[in-house]
Design a protein around this ligand. Structure first.
Ligand SMILES: *[C@@H]1O[C@H](CO)[C@@H](O)[C@H](O)[C@H]1NC(C)=O
Ligand SMILES: *[C@@H]1O[C@H](CO)[C@@H](O)[C@H](O)[C@H]1NC(C)=O
Ligand SMILES: *[C@@H]1O[C@H](CO)[C@@H](O)[C@H](O)[C@H]1NC(C)=O
Ligand SMILES: *[C@@H]1O[C@H](CO)[C@@H](O)[C@H](O)[C@H]1NC(C)=O
Ligand SMILES: *[C@@H]1O[C@H](CO)[C@@H](O)[C@H](O)[C@H]1NC(C)=O
Ligand SMILES: *[C@@H]1O[C@H](CO)[C@@H](O)[C@H](O)[C@H]1NC(C)=O
Ligand SMILES: *[C@@H]1O[C@H](CO)[C@@H](O)[C@H](O)[C@H]1NC(C)=O
Ligand SMILES: *[C@@H]1O[C@H](CO)[C@@H](O)[C@H](O)[C@H]1NC(C)=O
Ligand SMILES: *[C@@H]1O[C@H](CO)[C@@H](O)[C@H](O)[C@H]1NC(C)=O
Length: 517
């Protein structure tokens, strides 16, 4: 199998990286500081106290990758330069460089494999069809990360083509193989940012980035008990990210804590000349950034709405019903007003991508946008969606990968462009559903957020460009995680972070995975 041999190659490459370093990270010799589970703020504090170096941090994560990655397949490639980058970060800090003691400076971050990096790493969206393609430059988010001094650790596995091929299951890609849920290995890991979520969950890296077009950050975040922020559309740049549609694509943090996610959002949000939509969206960024909203009293005075149907429709007395009953009480006890039994007009239409128009609009846009992305690569084995389709057909017949289909690719290739009246009607329908639905609910009841669970809500977020944060909310009897999700109007990130952080601090539900079978 191509995938198995790829994993042997990754293991060998890692061994080469590690052999060159003096092994035996013993950061805890002088103190009881432990890297696993440490937050970005704690890591920065440890750097400052000289009880930790970026090199030690990276060596720890490399050893974790060697131990864990072959079991759960979160990471496709480790950056061959990662130790050199760590040494550079340490030197900048020791030289007293003014911006080297905060934010993500010296912190390793994992990028989903659809995010371009102009370095030794490949950018393939998990597909062998893009292996060897050369990107013109760093993606907007990679450039911002490098500018803050973050260390690009590697590329994460994902549902191939960010789950827009149509066929392969969540977490599977030709290059990465099947990524697994580290809590219950047989449980659905969700996708498409599966590798980003499972790698931070199992402490293979400090923090990660995912992308969401419809559910791809919120889904794997809840399923793997981590925190995911799906930002307002274009708050973060999509330039240099293998696209689905600029009308819905977003890049956001996937981390173990709300605090880490706020640090990552600060590093990546803002204007990028290569994604002009960031110009208006960056007006949402508050002066001083997002970290200031990590306030344990952040639930005080907040108004939170509950739409029971369809977001909390489990039977009374079930463990889910009990868990959320308790969570709603916690939210009230911490100063929020919970407004229950609300209704969103035409919610079943909003959540059904065929009825809302989302499916046909996305399909139409994907063909145009992907062809543009492929044409702008410096070099590439494929140049069009049609080439990608031919590659998949050919590749499957070589029997190197399972015979997964490509129904979304085929449907997109069949679309006839954005002047088609069906496409125009789809856009108008989504706009009307959004204005008369979620926007009306939030303004009529003066809400700061709507509460949901799992990823049922994501089509509503997708078609409206709305932000959301998923936070760990518990574990099913079999050990599989579930989450609570706070959803807001565009630009509501500050209050969503306040709400999510206060909930997290009041409950402290997340625990590291134990790899149950
Ligand atoms: C060790 O941990 C304890 C409890 O978390 C803390 O109070 C103490 O300051 C730590 N010691 C050092 C040397 O960091
Ligand atoms: C990128 O892909 C090429 C071609 O397969 C491979 O030789 C190289 O090792 C890959 N890069 C990394 C960092 O894995
Ligand atoms: C960090 O400081 C150096 C020197 O002052 C400056 O050149 C660089 O642009 C700064 N980087 C950031 C991200 O502010
Ligand atoms: C935290 O939130 C509380 C309640 O809204 C507020 O009174 C306080 O000023 C906030 N703290 C900070 C540091 O913003
Ligand atoms: C998500 O939550 C909804 C509402 O409670 C429920 O109907 C649905 O079955 C859940 N889906 C998953 C995958 O857990
Ligand atoms: C659950 O219980 C509440 C009252 O506690 C009741 O209003 C509601 O109808 C019940 N729901 C179901 C699905 O039985
Ligand atoms: C199909 O596979 C053959 C044999 O590996 C190769 O020569 C050819 O270029 C492939 N065609 C496409 C469209 O990928
Ligand atoms: C492509 O379009 C034709 C004509 O509208 C239709 O019959 C066919 O089912 C479509 N194929 C796919 C894969 O959508
Ligand atoms: C709900 O959808 C129906 C059918 O498309 C439409 O007639 C109605 O106006 C919609 N309601 C609202 C409040 O948007």
């Amino acid at each position: 199998m191509a995938t198995q041999s790829h994993h042997r190659i990754l293991q060998c490459a890692l061994l080469l990286v590690i052999i060159s370093c003096s092994f035996g990270v013993n950061v805890s010799a002088a103190t009881n500081f432990s890297i696993a589970e440490a937050t970005v703020a704690e890591l920065q504090a440890a750097f400052k106290q000289n009880i930790l170096t970026s090199r030690q941090l990276v060596e720890f994560y490399l050893s974790q990758v060697l131990k864990i990655n072959s079991r759960i397949r979160g990471i496709i490639e480790v950056n061959p330069d990662v130790l050199t980058l760590a040494d550079q970060a340490d030197q900048e800090r020791w030289a007293g460089s003014p911006n080297s003691t905060s934010g993500l400076h010296g912190i390793p971050i994992l990028l989903k494999d659809n995010m371009g990096t102009k370095d030794k790493l490949n950018t393939t969206a998990g597909s062998f069809a893009l292996l060897g393609s050369v990107v013109p430059r760093d993606s907007g988010v990679a450039a911002k990360l490098r500018a803050t001094g973050a260390i690009i650790f590697g590329k994460a596995g994902l549902s191939e083509w960010a789950h827009y091929r149509g066929g392969p299951p969540s977490g599977w890609s030709g290059r990465g193989g099947q990524a697994l849920n580290p809590y219950v290995m047989s449980a659905d890991p969700r996708g498409s940012s599966t590798g980003s979520a499972i790698s931070v969950a199992s402490n293979m890296v400090a923090v990660a980035l995912g992308t969401e077009t419809d559910g791809s950050i919120i889904g794997p975040s809840y399923a793997n008990s981590v925190v995911g922020i799906k930002p307002t559309l274009a708050l973060t740049s999509r330039a240099g990210v293998v696209p689905i549609t600029a009308r819905q694509d977003t890049v956001g943090p996937i981390c173990r804590t709300v605090s880490d996610a706020a640090y990552v959002l600060d590093a990546i949000a803002g204007y990028d000349p290569y994604d002009t939509a960031t110009s208006t969206a960056s007006e949402f960024i508050p002066p001083g950034g997002y970290v200031q909203f990590l306030n344990a009293s952040g639930l005080k005075g907040k108004r939170l709405g509950i739409v029971r149907n369809p977001f909390f429709n489990f039977p009374n007395g079930s463990y889910m019903a009990q868990a959320f009953q308790k969570h709603f009480q916690t939210l009230s006890q911490n100063g929020a007003t919970v407004v229950d039994n609300l209704v969103i007009a035409n919610i079943s239409m909003i959540l059904n991508s065929s009825l809302s128009g989302e499916a046909i609009a996305t399909s139409t846009e994907f063909k145009v946008t992907l062809n543009t992305y492929l044409s702008e690569l410096v070099s590439s084995p494929i140049r069009t969606l049609a080439d990608a389709i031919a590659f998949n057909l050919n590749y499957s017949t070589l029997e190197m990968i399972p015979q997964y289909g490509q129904s979304l690719f085929l449907a997109a290739e069949n679309t006839t462009g954005t002047s088609n009246p069906v496409y125009q009607a789809a856009l108008a329908n989504m706009k009307s559903l959004t204005e008369n639905g979620f926007v009306k609910l939030m303004t009529d009841y003066n809400l700061d957020a709507m509460i949901t669970m799992n990823d049922t809500v994501t089509p509503l977020l997708a078609i409206g460009g709305f932000p959301a944060i998923s936070v760990p909310a518990g574990y099913a009897p079999n050990g599989a995680p579930f989450g609570i999700c706070f959803n807001g109007l565009q630009g509501y990130e500050p209050r969503l972070i306040e709400i999510a952080y206060a909930f997290e601090q009041a409950t402290k539900i997340r625990k590291p995975p134990s790899f149950l079978v």
